[in-house]
Design a protein around this ligand. Structure first.
Ligand SMILES: [Fe+2]
Length: 237
């Protein structure tokens, strides 16, 4: 099983503070049956360049790698790239996930206007020869914008990731997410874990709810999709 979205690398963003906290997070992941974790620390172009980010991420990765290996967990380097039109001028290869063409993109937490959506689609078209985008936690934007604008955003060549914790019972985003899954419009699952308390690894929440509301097979397919992405293969319908 793969956790496709995590802030588990120590001391690099607002996620894990140090190796000890990362180790506790790894234990929780292992208890859920996770064997692969995509590390997606925040990347904000306005704060640092790609090279500096990649160097910091490498140092954090090297610290955690032996700990994860002892627990039989593989960590894959990635990033949660905050959208900026200026990304077009950057070397995006270091922001992609592992050795794949996929890159995770986070949108601004605001109402997504028609002009923004047009600009975003044009950006995606311009990077499409080198990058296939993955929209981070599509359901989170519903707190700031309407569902139609999120559907519009997704209406291009991209994959869609959902957060496990949003599948908790009575979640306001539950219907939206289940609809996406039923229509093969969401492809990947992550915990977006940041720590061991308020935002801890919690893949069991999605596994339970998707199994109950759709089918255990649907959850298995999301895990299989993660394998496809990490092998740089195309995710089918
Ligand atoms: Fe995140």
């Amino acid at each position: 099983m793969t956790d496709f979205h995590s802030h588990i690398l120590p001391g690099i963003d607002d996620g894990s503070k140090d190796v000890q906290m990362s180790e506790q997070m790894l234990k929780l992941e292992a208890e859920s049956g996770i064997t692969t974790i995509v590390a997606t620390p925040h990347f904000y172009l306005s704060e640092q360049g790609v090279e500096k980010f990649a160097a910091k991420r490498e140092a954090a990765f090297e610290k955690l790698k032996p700990v994860a290996e002892r627990m039989g967990i593989e960590i894959v380097k990635g990033a949660e790239v905050y959208y900026s039109p200026s990304l077009i001028d950057e070397d995006l290869s270091k922001l992609r996930i592992g050795d794949t063409r996929y890159m995770m993109i986070e949108l601004p937490y605001t109402k997504l206007s028609d002009s923004f959506i047009r600009e975003f689609h044009s950006f995606i078209g311009n990077i499409s020869s080198e990058v296939t985008p993955i929209l981070a936690h599509a359901e989170r934007y519903l707190r700031f914008t309407d569902a139609n604008s999120v559907y519009e955003i997704m209406n291009c060549d991209m994959l869609v990731q959902l957060n496990s914790g949003s599948f908790k019972p009575f979640s306001s985003e539950l219907k939206f997410m289940l609809d996406l899954l039923k229509h093969n419009m969401a492809h990947l699952l992550g915990t977006d874990c940041h720590n061991t308390t308020t935002r801890s690894p919690n893949m069991d929440i999605a596994k339970k709810m998707i199994g109950k509301k759709i089918s255990p097979r649907c959850f298995d397919k999301l895990m299989y999709n993660a394998d496809l992405v990490l092998s740089d293969e195309v995710v089918g319908e």
